[in-house]
Design a protein around this ligand. Structure first.
Ligand SMILES: Nc1nc2c(c(=O)[nH]1)N[C@H]1C(S)=C(S)[C@@H](COP(=O)(O)O)O[C@H]1N2
Ligand SMILES: [Mo]
Length: 164
């Protein structure tokens, strides 16, 4: 059975990847994170290390930024590649089923050890839900993370409404 592409990795890479659930599930066990609750007690699911996927895509030498795109709600985060490379986890399932929308699925990005919102490049706001594309670029890409507390509160209120 053909499965849909869940995640694209493209831009300044040698090999663009379009990954299905099966592609992610067939990553060797040593590169899987079987239970993300070891990093975040309140979170659940299984993922693969971002680095594993980047080793396959091979970022070009001048790729300095990694941009996480969520087309579903038009949310975007752009982070220096060197900072995020070893820290990102691409979560794609819960038990044996694909990650549900309520958990930020089908693909959710998690940073291993994020700082509080607005306190750095690798903050909680960069834990992108509904991740559809990872784009490598020379310069910083689109970043729609809320810039201040008011914008942050508004975003969370809108999220609650759309989950109703
Ligand atoms: N696609 C998408 N991802 C998103 C957001 C969003 O609005 N859309 N909000 C971000 C922000 S600001 C935070 S703090 C975290 C919250 O994640 P949680 O709801 O799982 O606690 O998700 C981040 N990921
Ligand atoms: Mo946030």
């Amino acid at each position: 059975m053909d499965r849909p592409t869940l995640l694209l990795i493209d831009g300044a890479v040698e090999h663009s990847l379009s990954l299905t659930f099966d592609d992610l599930a067939s990553v060797p066990e040593s590169d899987q994170v079987p239970d993300v609750s070891r990093y975040h007690p309140s979170r659940a699911g299984t993922g693969v290390m971002l680095e594993t996927l980047l080793e396959r895509a091979k970022p070009l030498p001048d790729a300095n930024y990694l941009t996480l795109h969520a087309d579903r709600d038009d949310f975007h985060v752009s982070i220096p590649l060197a900072l995020v490379r070893q820290e990102g986890i691409v979560v794609y399932r819960l038990g044996n089923t694909p990650l549900a929308t309520a958990q930020g699925g089908p693909i959710r990005f998690l940073i291993r050890d994020p700082t509080a919102c607005h306190t750095g490049e690798l903050d909680d706001c960069a834990n992108v839900k509904y991740l559809s594309r990872i784009e490598l670029t020379v310069r910083r890409g689109r970043d729609t993370r809320p810039a201040d507390e008011a914008a942050h509160a508004a975003l969370h209120a809108a999220e609650k409404d759309s989950a109703k």
